[in-house]
Design a protein around this ligand. Sequence first.
Ligand code: PMP
Length: 387
Amino acid sequence: CLVKCSPFPSATPENGTTDTTLININLDHGDPIMYESYWRKMGNRCDITFNGYESLSYFANGKSLCWFLESKLEDEIKRLHSVVGNAIVDDRYVVVGTGSSQLMQAALYALSPADQPEPISVVSAAPFYSSYPEVTDFVRSGLHKWAGDARNFEKNEPYIEFITSPNNPDGVIRKPVVNRDQGILIHDLAYYWPQYTAITSPANYDVMLFTVSKCTGHAGSRIGWALVRDKEVARKMTKYMEISTIGVSKEAQLRAAKILGVISDSCLDPTLENFFEYCRSLMIDRWQRLRQVVKANDLFTLQKYPLQYCLFTKNFYESHPAFAWLMCKESEEDCEKLLKEHKIQTRSGRKFGSDPRNVRISMLSKDEDFNIFLRRLAAIGGLTNGN
Ligand code: PMP
């Protein structure tokens, strides 16, 4: 009942002491370690071993256009999308990357015109994922340049738009906003999984990016994939990977294949605990407790989400995003600063091309950290002493 009835289960730090006052809680990164409890329950079901003579080659064993893609991974990616119903996989090329971060770069390379004197503009509607500007401009490529908030893009020329849905940082379901001729779209669907949001239809776009980081929580494996409609685009993305890293770790690919397979099995076999149902209930619980604290202290507001019918769970529910987009009410200008004073590290709205009264807060941290965070948030409003 402690977890269900009170937003503040007892906060005991990992070192066993009860003095939590000195701990700095870092909720800046979206490190998805909260799914650890599920994977512990799976025991050795996901174990995978390699002999010394295996996976020596640069090349993979499949016939994919992406020549370093392990066929087991391709099969499990397609199976999982079919089980969940969140993306069309028929007649798509699968390109694997070292995280979807590398695929973002590959997609920019593949989609930018190579024959233009000026780099193509890259936009995304604010608040946008804070990596897009960095990734676009980091090596000062002559192919593309960051052009900011898609809502302010007025040039009548070709552009690339990132559409993140559900969006990082605010969890909102998104559509393209520029909607002009000559627009090239990259759909970043890292969070289009049932633990975060309702699956309303299978996504069916030209370039779709996914990552195990946010789907299964295995960010450390660094595996992402792109589903690409056009053969030439898939070929160029593969070329980018070839030039930057000559492929993607076979060990990581085979581990990811195993993990994805276990998730699909968990959705189909009633004797197994359904991964998405399990994680969804963790997310719902955290969001309920956060909303309780925010409602009680009257200093902050949170983004609201509509009820939507989910084809996967066959139920109506609202989104429970991987990040909370918290806004300080009128009097407080800099929400990141305010929370930092209470030893809560978050990411300012400024980094997402938005208002410093907003911050992004990871909802995927360890239980201990999340519990301390809630206590401190309540303390800012005078509800608890913060420990
Ligand atoms: N896209 C979005 C929207 C993300 O939030 C992230 C991770 N924060 C990524 C892509 C990249 O994920 P990774 O490189 O771990 O696959």
